[in-house]
Design a protein around this ligand. Structure first.
Ligand code: PBG
Length: 324
């Protein structure tokens, strides 16, 4: 036997120099939920995660910064009374998201604030787009609202706009809207390959944003497909996206790899709420070692080709990495 792969695993040094993928806090982005109430409120299906009050948000970001997480993405839990069919609240300059951005920005000018562009938190129908009377999701009409939402976030001080709605052509339209208003330095992180996934359940609990009727299959991608992800990647790149995202992450590692190979743009992946909930539940039952399972799941996403990872475990992972 001349070839013995085990020789390259024989001690920590040899394993270290032969390691292909690395994980570091600088790769991680922390998604956070905000609401209007004065107290943080625990999210039942995501133990350890909260809908944050204005003060709670600052505390949470402070503790993330302490372990080296310097980027967050914000999602709003909007009061039911503000949700409408046309999601007007999405572009209210005094809304929850613009206020949250301003408060973070004034405290920490240097952090990277990512904002989500889609109508579902603001839609009385619980859809990412405008719903017609026959139930269809209206693509081009939705894009106009998304552009207003993106401009509102840009004006408040967002660094990166992340459209998660999956309407056709929205990246180009948002790029034009931003450029037209002089926001040429604001980046677009496109949710390029976002699947119609069952793993978003806990997120929809957190925001109370589940569709009132139907599902998201006419706009989010079919889990059976990966060539389609490459098609979406080419379109987003041509429309001026700065970074592309695959979501969910763990069950779609092959898609991360396919998008990685189809583009020279940076690729991000979103370890979504259901992926968090699965590891958390198993860990709380004593069935999995949480630290090991989380770091392995994130490393696998890096190995598949993701440059950046959005994960609810960002702060814990950064803490564990610093400890190691
Ligand atoms: C909606 C949006 C969703 C997530 C991020 N943006 C849910 C959905 O499409 O229904 C899910 C994130 C998660 O599950 O952690 N625009």
């Amino acid at each position: 036997m001349r070839s013995r792969p085990r020789r390259n695993r024989k001690n920590p040094f040899v394993r270290g120099v032969t390691a292909e993928a690395q994980l570091g806090a600088e790769r991680l982005i922390l998604p956070l939920f905000v609401h209007e109430a004065g107290e943080d409120q625990a999210i039942d299906s995501m133990p350890g995660r909260f809908r944050h009050s204005a003060d709670g948000l600052l505390r949470e970001v402070d503790s993330a910064l302490e372990v080296g997480i310097s980027s967050v993405v914000l999602f709003p839990a909007i009061d039911d009374g503000l949700k409408t069919p046309l999601a007007e609240a999405a572009s209210d300059p005094e809304g929850l998201i613009p206020r949250s951005i301003r408060s973070l920005r004034s405290r920490w000018p240097e952090i990277t604030i990512v904002t989500d562009v889609a109508l579902d938190p603001y839609s009385s129908d619980g859809h990412d787009g405008i719903v017609a009377s026959d139930g269809r999701i209206l693509n081009d009409e939705t894009i106009e609202v998304l552009c207003r939402q993106a401009l509102c976030q840009a004006e408040a001080g967002a660094d990166v706009i992340a459209p998660s709605d999956m309407m056709d052509g929205r990246v180009g339209a948002i790029r034009d809207a931003l450029d037209g208003a002089g926001y040429t330095e604001i980046s677009i992180l496109s949710y390029t390959a976002k699947y119609a996934s069952s793993f978003y359940g806990p997120f929809r609990d957190a925001l109370d944003s589940a569709p009132k009727a139907g599902d998201k299959k006419t706009y989010q991608m079919d889990p059976r497909n990966s060539r389609e992800a490459v098609r979406e990647a080419r379109a987003d790149e041509a429309e001026g996206a700065d970074m592309l995202m695959v979501k969910p992450a763990g069950p779609y590692l092959d898609v991360i790899r396919a998008v990685r190979e189809a583009t020279s743009l940076p690729v991000a992946a979103y370890q979504v709420s259901g992926e968090y909930a699965m590891i958390k539940a198993a860990a709380e039952n004593g069935w999995l070692d949480e630290r090991g399972a989380v770091l392995e799941s994130l490393l696998a996403i890096r190995r598949a080709g993701a440059d950046a990872i959005l994960t609810y475990y960002a702060r814990d992972a950064a803490f564990w990495l610093a400890e190691a």
